[in-house]
Write a protein that binds this ligand. Structure first.
Ligand code: ATP
Length: 514
């Protein structure tokens, strides 16, 4: 038997957490018992916080209760025929009220369900019986018209310490030799979801009757994502598309999740037609995984996930109110088989997280992109070097090793680049030094004010300039050009020589300084 059922709280006292909310609910029940009709009770809270358990505890306080899943029967007519009648007519034989429990009211999906919401609103309006509804998402649009007509009670996530204490009690009752640290980790990782915590404990200890930190490798649950057991349970037990979509967001290898769902279909579904349809969905999902692998177009994963999640979930005609044990030898074998794979995945994610400053989940979501980038030998080498990946880790993204020739070439390029950078740096430094020294020399060579004055005086006067021009105009243009060029040439040679000797001096000076 599933521990979540075995240890489902039977009274408000058994329920951990949400003390204030429990008192409000008790008052609501008491008012009904005192023949004071109350508005419908809407319990909203995250999964596994005890909404359904509360509804059942309330149900036991009335003469009878019926429980329906709001997303099972979607049309207005069906909801009215199953709930409508009993909601407006009281029992003929007693004054007692019947409790109507409507689960997952935020799960009614799509336009065709408008009738469903309308039905719920009508039932709330006409009812002579107490109604308890449950929902996960406080902000769901489907609750907009329902909320104002109800007494809304928000259930909070159960505190880690309370979960820890309850897990310890249950472990001891079950005769499990459990390491305190491991129990604490399960409590923490469950993120306030008591169901998840209990399922995890049962799965890990059922066979061995012991629990230590090593056992937790199999269900590493990081960044508050779902763990595989919760996802599979949700797919098989629910018909709420929103819930299933959310539960499909997880760190696990999606093909493994598919195998796990596939294994458990015949354990949960009873009708042949349901099983057949569900396996058709699995086969579609498998086909899309294949396509994604072949084409490296990972958008196909989304379709695969829809088929194995929503497709399988909607293959059942209605949700079964029975307790199915979801774990099997095959699932454990899979966990074992993929343990190494998951350890490798986590190692790479850790390195990416350190170098790229992203969370592990984001890093894992980048794997498909990495596979594409690793197709190119040189890019693969560059990324692997940057992330410091070893051969096994590189193999996660490409089948072939990076060719040795490419590695050698890239290493040589990297070395050359390093050398070039070093030289460049040295050049810049020496250039900086030279410029500084030249500046100093120029400052020293600046003519004194009286020298400047002399230079000004030596400038030819305007009438002298004119005379020179006249003399020049008397010779032929060619001669004049040559005549002009000769002294200029001599001047230039002289200047060059001076510059050369100056350069020599300055370079000698800098070398000396060096
Ligand atoms: N507050 C709690 N105290 C003790 N056990 C709890 C509590 N909440 C949940 N559990 C355990 O988790 C199991 C599942 O809880 P329940 O079905 O009531 O959650 P829920 O909030 O209705 O979840 P969902 O929204 O997924 O249907 C219970 O059978 C019980 O074993």
């Amino acid at each position: 038997m599933l521990w979540t059922e075995k240890y489902r709280p039977k009274t408000f006292k058994d329920m951990i957490g949400n003390g204030k909310q429990k008192k409000e609910i008790e008052t609501w029940v008491k008012s009904w018992k005192d023949q004071k009709p109350q508005p419908c009770l809407l319990l909203i809270g995250p999964a596994g916080t005890g909404k359904t358990s509360v509804a059942h505890i309330i149900g036991n306080k009335f003469s009878d209760f019926i429980e329906l899943n709001a997303s099972d029967k979607r049309s207005y007519d069906i909801i009215m025929s199953t709930v409508g009648e009993s909601s407006s007519t009281k029992s003929l034989f007693s004054d007692e009220h019947k409790l109507i429990i409507l689960d997952e009211v935020d799960g009614i999906h799509g336009n065709e369900d408008r009738g469903g919401t309308r039905a719920i609103n009508k039932i709330i309006k006409d009812t002579q019986h107490p109604i308890v509804m449950t929902a996960n998402d406080f902000y769901s649009k489907r609750l907009t018209s329902v909320k104002p007509k109800c007494k809304v009670i928000k259930l909070n996530k159960v505190h880690t310490n309370s979960i820890n204490a309850l897990l310890k009690r249950i472990a001891s009752k079950e005769g499990i030799n459990a390491d305190n640290e491991a129990i604490k980790t399960i409590a923490k990782n469950s993120n306030g979801d008591m169901r998840s915590a209990l399922n995890t404990l049962q799965v890990l200890t059922d066979e061995s009757k012991k629990l230590d930190m090593g056992d937790l490798d199999a269900i590493s649950q990081k960044d508050n994502t779902n763990n595989i057991f919760d996802t599979v349970r949700r797919v098989l037990k629910s018909k709420s598309i929103d819930k299933i979509k959310k539960s499909m967001m997880m760190d696990e290898d999606p093909t493994m999740v598919m195998e796990y769902i596939a294994e458990n279909i015949p354990r949960e579904y009873e009708k042949k037609s349901e099983i057949k349809k569900a396996y058709e969905m699995i086969s579609e999902a498998d086909m899309y995984f294949g396509r994604a692998r072949q084409s490296r177009n990972y958008t196909y994963w989304k379709y695969a996930s829809d088929f194995m999640g929503i497709g399988v979930a909607l293959s059942k005609e209605e949700t079964y109110k029975k307790f199915t044990r979801l774990t099997g030898a095959m699932a454990f074998a899979l966990m074992g088989r993929t343990r190494g794979k998951r350890a490798l995945r986590d190692r790479i994610a850790e390195k990416m997280s350190t170098h790229l400053h992203v969370s592990n989940t984001i890093a894992i979501s980048m794997f498909p992109l990495m596979e594409i980038m690793f197709q190119n030998d040189e890019t693969a080498y560059e990324i692997a070097t940057f992330l410091d990946l070893d051969d096994d880790e590189i193999k996660r993204f490409r089948k072939r090793k990076i060719p040795k020739t490419v590695i050698k070439k890239m290493e040589k390029e990297a070395l050359d680049e390093k050398k070039k950078n070093k030289e460049e740096k040295q050049n810049i430094q020496s250039r900086k030094k030279t410029t500084k020294e030249e500046k100093q020399q120029t400052v020293q060579k600046q003519p004194k004010p009286e020298e400047k004055q002399q230079t000004v005086q030596k400038q030819p006067k305007p009438e002298e300039k004119q005379q020179v021009a006249n003399e020049e105009s008397e010779t032929s243009p060619k001669q004049s050009k040559r005549a002009r060029k000769e002294p200029q040439k001599k001047e230039n040679q002289k200047a060059d020589k001076e510059k050369e000797s100056q350069d020599k001096k300055s370079s000698q000076k800098s070398l000396f300084n060096f």
